[in-house]
Design a protein around this ligand. Sequence first.
Ligand code: BES
Ligand code: MN
Ligand code: ZN
Length: 500
Amino acid sequence: MMIVRVLDKKAPDALAVPLFQGEQLASQLAELAEKAGLDATTLQNDFHAEAKEVIVLYPSNSPGRRFYLIGLGKKQGFADVQNALRLFCHRFKSKLPARLGVDLRHIDPVHLPRVCEAAVGGLLLGLYRFDAFPREKNTSDTPLFGTDKSGIDIMTLPEHTAAATSAVSRAEVMAGITKKIFDLVNAPGNQKTPEIFADAAVAMGSEYGFSVRVVRRDTLVAEGLDALLAVGKGSEEPPLLLFLEYGHKTRKKKTPSFGLVGKGITFDTGGISIKPSTNQHFMKSDMGGAAAVLGAFAAAAKLKLPVHLTGAIPVAENMPDGKALKPGDVIRTYAGKTVEVTDTDAEGRLVLADGLAYLLKHETPDVLLDVATLTGSVIRTLGYHAAGLFTNNEQLAAGLTTAGATCGEKLWRLPLWDEYGADLKSDVADLRNFTGKPMAEASSAAKFIEHFTAAHPAWAHIDIAGVAFGDSEFAQSKSATGFGIRLLTEFMENWQESGA
Ligand code: BES
Ligand code: MN
Ligand code: ZN
């Protein structure tokens, strides 16, 4: 573990200086130029603090010192700052000394806590690396920064050390959780069967302080979670359901309660409605919703949020096999409604149906949220830049959208009009799982799920298919983003029902 300290004097030799664009940049650069014995005009000419721009200054007047000037761009948003520092660390980590200072003395006090949290979080995540099988390290070129004896020194003015200290501990908590979630989402299908995923959830529960009950196949059969069982039928690995809880039911009257449901398909081949092989390997990330829910539980528990949280995570592997679900099969869901499975690749809505119904059978949360990598359609609609938000509750829409904007995990609302559900009618069952029309599938999927929410007045569905796993500067191929952890945490922290 790296040690992160907050100091108000004597900066270490290596000092990162994150800088925003704006009116004060010129004078901040002039001050740095003077410290480094450089010409101010030249520095102002060469460094514009564009997002992710980095230059290194080697002051000739004090050997061993260096200043890393890191551009943050114009926006003071959390994600912009975190990403700039993460990219800096990712690129420079092999060259950084054991102790890196981060100068925040020039940051506007109003923004200091968030900038501090984002800067530390970015540096910690910049050290992240996924290894399915840890490789032997070449000790001669093991970088110093990031090892046990290394650390980060945050430089603040004496009057801001308290604020910075709490921002640092929050950053450490969130980065620790995010790295665990990265590992889970990046893990290949053979290393995250439902049973392995359940083990990881149980381990997180005991580390962070929430309970995890594993509901295994026999109980699922006895209780009738037939939709979840149907999706898992083609796999050698039995499906299961995780039931999570944090906080107490005997809570204070005003403590809000949240029910979180996450899609946990550990690998989605499509089943008999099999997917093309190109890019099928990315479907190891089809448990991104489940991972976001787990991460939110860990954050809520570790940050001791005054909320009552329950969660249901249906976990299954969607495989083609002699025993697999066939297109056209009719199944009964836990809620009692029957479904004609016209496409076995629309499996997410089936497991969510049982997850939602199971949660609502045992709990009555004030707010009900489900998070899922549900449709290719939401990617065609919003690209890789935002998750789709579906809800009929205006207050919830506003709360979630604001939380997303604040933490940089953008949500964009899409319609949940009844028209989109019309084509889900079946001749042989209450519903079919696919309209058969390649149009507005993200909305028709949301309408399908709505049937299993028992008309909950504060339900929202978040389709994260485009944002849970993607290209970035941090890996060769697509990798986990951790989308949803911060969004859900931020949302729950700020939620207050109007009139409550
Ligand atoms: N897991 C996929 C959705 C997905 C696609 C997630 C791309 C991430 C990236 C989901 O189970 C699926 O296969 N959806 C189908 C639904 C269709 C058959 C109605 C889709 O979107 O094509
Ligand atoms: Mn699918
Ligand atoms: Zn899927």
